[in-house]
Design a protein around this ligand. Structure first.
Ligand code: B12
Ligand code: SF4
Length: 495
């Protein structure tokens, strides 16, 4: 096993080693070079992660913060820009204006940076999904906020900045397809992301799951013009010839006709790719066949729960009655690796049900199981409903749960909601046990992933999956030890 793992690590290193031509960068900064007299102002885009993020399995897929490159593309040339990405860079604030992107779980940390920068006389602009759902809160920590999709309003914000007329609040609007411009990936310089070729072709989703924030707030389903997408694919090919494409769309195949055109483009370009799919798409054998023949290496499937009543309780209607186990076998036959995304802590979960889920999934040969405790994000219908019943802590993201034992969660946020059948500690214990068992690195699992990889002509990708799986299970074991210690300290009580 140790030999297989070192082989895998070697292959990954080779995958990542990239000696292609890259823009000149100074400790990871991308500076605009087309200015004659120097920029009037230096604006730094910032992507912040959480200190505990290293213990989250998502950290295994570090990828460029593409939304910031989208904004960089529409920033007037009189403003010099740079990027600080905590995934890859030392956080160092050198500039006049700092534009942070905000996700809920990092909001508290960003606010602390923002307050310090403003106290030092710098300007701070906040935007992103959390700002969109909690604008009043964000305004207390910024000179200006931008809600919603920002590329159409961003040039105005920049003009106001340059003329000293910055307003407190700007309202963005869903970018129409024809205003979508190609992302310039040179913005990321020579940063070594694990999946550098991340891109998206669509925005929005046609479903309305009650825990989902973006589908409620970020506009209707839209598609990127194919020529714009093609330019991005070409640039990514130039910059990272060895990397596979990673589509980060909410629902790439939501519009089937457009999806078919994207797949045809990928076939023509001979590019290998991974993407997320909904469970109903995954169970459509003809669609998966088309994906395989278009170069699909693997899919992440939004399974959420193997129990239909749980899916119904969060309005995930398209998951009900789907033959998931059969579809996994069929995908594997086609050489597609499957990562199942599951939530733990849905309303009908009980300790007995989770034990049954484990027995059920142990017979389903997914290459990777990504399990997370349900998080109730502000802006979701689930949050509104639970808040009105007093079942979720108001503004939990600003609390100090992170330093409590609750941070032993796989995602490092406390259990910020009440569950009828679990104490917080039990929920963590059950989730981590499930991860440990389902992602176990035994001989059979390793052989299976390699077999699927061989079938798909993608052994390097299989190696990457195995490395992610091994890291996930290692993290779960570490966290489980801590949960067990905490439980022992509480005299075995699951409080
Ligand atoms: C790709 C993606 C990821 C990727 C990469 C994220 C990244 N940093 O780029 C990965 C897999 C790493 C990831 C991880 C996670 N994600 Co995610 N992810 C997405 C997804 C599917 C697409 C994001 C995207 O690229 N959209 C396209 C761009 C153009 O849109 P945008 O991001 O909204 O950006 C626009 C505006 O928001 C605004 N804007 C954004 N930033 C800024 C900054 C400034 C200064 C300004 C002015 C404007 C602005 O302008 C942009 C251009 O119009 C979204 C769903 C979605 N559709 O938003 C979820 C989403 C953002 N993720 C979510 C979650 C929960 C997570 C995780 C916590 C999951 C987990 N449990 O670990 C982690 C956290 C990681 C992180 N650093 O935030 C939630 C966020 C909920 C919340 N309230 O914060 C979302 C909304 C999914 C959902 N359906 O609920 N994610
Ligand atoms: S399918 Fe995914 S993106 Fe669409 S509403 Fe549900 S969770 Fe959100």
């Amino acid at each position: 096993m140790a030999r297989i793992l070192s082989l895998i690590s070697l292959q990954i290193l080779q995958c990542l080693k990239n000696d292609d031509k890259k823009p000149i960068s100074r400790w990871g900064y991308y500076e605009r070079v087309n200015l004659r007299e120097g920029p009037a102002m230096k604006l730094v885009f910032v992507n912040i992660m959480h200190e505990l993020y290293q213990l989250d399995s998502t950290a295994t897929i570090s990828q460029p913060p593409v939304p910031l490159a989208v904004l960089n593309a529409v920033t007037p040339k009189t403003i010099g820009t740079a990027l600080v990405d905590e995934q890859t860079d030392k956080v160092q604030f050198d500039g006049d204006v700092f534009a942070f992107t905000l996700a809920t779980q990092f909001a508290g940390k960003v606010y602390r940076y923002a307050d310090d920068l403003r106290a030092a006389g710098k300007k701070v602009i906040l935007g992103g999904i959390h700002v969109t759902v909690c604008p009043e809160e964000s305004m207390r920590h910024a000179d200006a906020i931008v809600t919603g999709e920002a590329e159409t309003i961003w040039p105005t914000v920049c003009e106001d900045l340059l003329t000293g007329k910055l307003k407190e609040r700007y309202t963005g609007s869903p970018t129409p397809s024809l205003r979508m411009v190609p992302v310039d990936y040179r913005f990321f310089g020579d940063r070594l992301y694990q999946t550098p070729a991340s891109l998206f072709a669509t925005r929005g989703c046609n479903h309305r799951c009650s825990f989902c924030v973006s589908s409620r707030y970020m506009g209707p389903l839209r598609t990127k013009p194919l020529d714009v997408l093609e330019r991005e694919i070409d640039q990514l090919q130039d910059l990272y010839p060895k990397a596979f494409l990673q589509f980060t769309d909410d629902n790439l195949l939501a519009d089937r006709d457009y999806g078919a055109e994207v797949l045809a483009l990928l076939r023509r370009k001979k590019r290998r790719f991974v993407t997320m799919v909904t469970l109903d798409q995954f169970c459509d054998d003809a669609l998966m066949q088309e994906m395989a023949s278009s170069g699909c290496l693997g899919v992440a499937v939004g399974v959420e729960s193997v129990d239909d009543d749980n899916c119904l309780s969060v309005d995930k209607l398209h998951n009900v009655g789907q033959p998931f186990p059969e579809a996994v076998h069929q995908a594997n036959e086609k050489g597609i690796q499957v990562c199942a995304l599951l939530m733990v802590g849905l309303p009908h979960d009980t300790p007995e049900r989770l034990a049954r889920t484990q027995r059920y999934l142990e017979k389903v040969p997914c290459s990777l199981y990504d399990l997370r405790i349900l998080r109730i994000y502000p802006g979701s219908r689930l949050y509104d409903r639970m808040l009105s019943r007093g079942n979720v802590n108001d503004a939990w993201w600003l609390g100090n749960e992170l330093v409590s034992t609750n941070h032993f969660l796989p995602g490092h946020l406390g259990v910020h909601f009440k569950h009828s059948h679990f104490s917080p500690m039990q929920l963590q214990y059950s989730t981590l046990t499930l991860i440990r068992e389902l992602d176990r690195m035994n001989r059979m699992a390793v052989a299976h992933v390699l077999r699927v990889g061989r079938r798909g002509g993608a052994l390097k990708f299989a190696a990457m999956i195995l490395s992610a799986r091994s890291l996930t299970v290692k993290q779960a074991r570490t966290l489980l030890d801590r949960v067990e210690q905490a439980m022992a300290a509480n005299d075995g009580e699951c409080s």
